[in-house]
Design a protein. Sequence first.
Lengths: 373, 398
Amino acid sequence: MTTLMLTEDETMLRDAARGFLDGAAPVKNLRENRDQGRTFDPGLWKEMAQMGWAGVLVSEDNGGSGMGHRAAGILAEEMGQTLVASPFISSAVIAATALRNSASDRLAGIAEGSLLYALAVDEGAKHGPAGTAMTAEKSGNAFRLTGRKTFVADGASASRVLVLARTAGSAGETDGLTLFDLDAGRAGITRERKNTVDSRDFAQIDFDAVEATGDDVVGEVDGGHDAIAQALNAGQAALSAELTGLSAGAFAMTAGYLKERRQFDRIIGTFQALQHRAAHMWSEIEVTASAIANAGRVLDETPDESELAVSIAKARATKTAKLVVSEGVQMHGGIGMTDEFDMGFYMKRARVGAEWLGDYGYHAARVARARGF
Amino acid sequence: MGRFSTDPDRFRDEIASYISDKCPEELCSIPTGRREVCWGGKRFRFSSDAQRDWMNAAAAAGLTAPRWPEAYGGAGLTREQEKIFREEMRRAHAPSPLESFGLWMLGPALLAFGTEEQKKHFLPQITRGEIRWCQGYSEPGAGSDLASVQTRAEDKGDHWLVNGSKIWTSYADKADWIFALVRTDREAPKHKGISFMLIDMESEGVSTKPIKLISGMSPFCETFFDNVKVPKSYGEGLSSIVGEQNRGWDVAKHLLTHERTMIGGGGGGGILGGRSLGDFLNSLDEGVMDDPVIRAEAMELEVDSLAMGMTLERYGDMAKAGGVGNASAMLKYYGTELNKRRYELLMSAGGAYATEWDGPFGSTAPEWLRTKANSIEGGTSEVMLDIIAKRVLELPSK
């Protein structure tokens, strides 16, 4: 396998992304979006698309930049540093992977940044594709979809929805699921944006006897679990990378504060109690960064064996982010509790990111299964 | 030109046939957990003729120190070749021909700081397993604060007169020579008056006393120096001091950084016998994996161990590309804390059985106790966190 270290090209990509985002998307953009009731900045997304980010997983033949999963992770990590809200993971990573074998011109739309997707999988408090109960009743070549999807990232703003519904079997089984690719405006679809703590777009989507045909099916009928597995792995890896960038960003703020804040006539960063906690956090971030790099490499090189690598990354990223934002608020003291200060944004995004696409327990259990527990 | 081909495929063939020709079958058939380490040295008792033959054969090809230059007894392999060599060793189930503090620590220090004569004299004795070295760093009054060592070497013209004592000297009672930090200038600031000295353990006035540990084992000793005369030179260009006089702290620091980079994720215990933690825990008939707390701890440990493995790989590549410097303190800190967690879990999984010194859980109990030293020796976890805070994160001292 290629080295887990950044290659020269990857270092250039990271530096370019960091340079661009530092200028175009500092954390105050998220604050402005929130205050104006926007979930992301379409102008910023257009610029990101022009740099090839929206097409990072779309081949050049289909209009993308085809840079691969490790590159997608690097971009996501940089976006995490300044909490950039964008359709990147939903469209450029999850949808682009789910539709990678489709002949449609939708891939070109994704790469261009003009076609926004959302993935509707979950139906309750926790992630779990197999738990899908929503039905897609078959009659001939037609389907009728009825049910409710929750926690759909980018669900209110997307123009298309990938939705997992049950064509056979019952909730809890991996067989009998089918993945549909539907226009979000199709008759019978109602979307309601939920007010999540991270100020981003998470929606509840109701399907009331929505008509679909075989043309809307991605992959095989009853084979939806396989059709979405790789896309979920890719999304989980990118989200893990975002969370690790988030950890690095929150940590940098905290370390900076330790170097300037004075109490008891001393810089508080001179206190060993705080130094050791900072050093421990940095160690956790370093170990997690290795798991992020590994997940990207495995997705690029041996995608069929990526589940273990991805779950290690998501479990680690979730736990590390939780530690870093908690310590971040604590070490900032009172100011860390204020809305005026940015640390709270990091904490809130870390909590949402912890749940989206599977929490610590979900991924640790997948690691345990893969390792024979 | 080396004795092996540079072409990777031909190299692999050559090294594989060398191993199969020279490593006796009786050694390869010993299970990993029951192998006896070959330490070498004048007083070493080989566990079998096969063990001695394999050490000698490997040494003849430089394979006891694969990366060291051929001129100093190594095989001069590149990093890629060494990787192939290790792979072929594993494939053949061949045990390591020789392990020693000379290979791990003194060798790298001599390669970085030694004179040509010192390298030519001391290194081949190490690679051939003739001389077993021990490390004399800590003292009763100099643990984490290593630079405050008080063992002193007085200049007596043609020799140094050494007085003082060292502690935690691993296997000092079995070693032939010691590399020690001694104070050669008592007036200078504490980091500036230390020298890195090579001393023959057979010198008059050197004595050792094993220390019994909580694990029941005695791998460490106290080492006493009572008016020991150490020649200033062991021959032409062969100073008894490595590096500059009074600059021994530079050598010690270099070596400690090197040592920390080498510290791995830990093997995980002889009781596993090569099995994964999951396979092992599942095999226990008491149904310990049905305990939700043990199960959760095992899962979390597995996630962290696998991520640490990736980190060792990433840092290894970074070291190759230009070094990791003080960040290596993180590997030492994280790896040793992880190893302690692994053994706590194994003890918990074994329950009452694991509380026996040598019961159904084998030597897990003494190994568990031994791991408690991991986060103390070679720099405590707290010293590692200090290094990260001050040198990596650049948090202020005042």
